[in-house]
Write a new protein. Sequence first.
Length: 133
Amino acid sequence: LNLEKSAQYVEDFSTQFKKVCDEFGATCEVETEKGYLGFRPYPGSSTEHFIRNTYLAAGIKEPLIAGHFGGSNANVLFPQRGTVAVLGTGVQRLHSTSEYLDVPDYLRSIELLITMVNLSSQYQGIDPQEVSP
């Protein structure tokens, strides 16, 4: 979790929101609240090992394992002590009116998910404590 980066996003959003209000002669107040903490599997943890082995077994290049600063669907589950990772499917223009996913990327994501399910029986002991908040 990069608190500085998160704070900058909040500041940028607040500035833009106030600018729009001023443009239309409105007044506004911006209050923010950190709802969900970001997380990332600890380097070398069994969670990271599982992710890397799944990609290798599926014949996909080395995965990008990165932290996320909160707000994804997975962040809702993480505080409940679950080990959760977001699978990037190759979607383009995420969360826009022109968001899309190429069919070959979609099919590859399905193959990866099937591989994860098949390999998951080997990783029943993943400890939720191995994921950094």
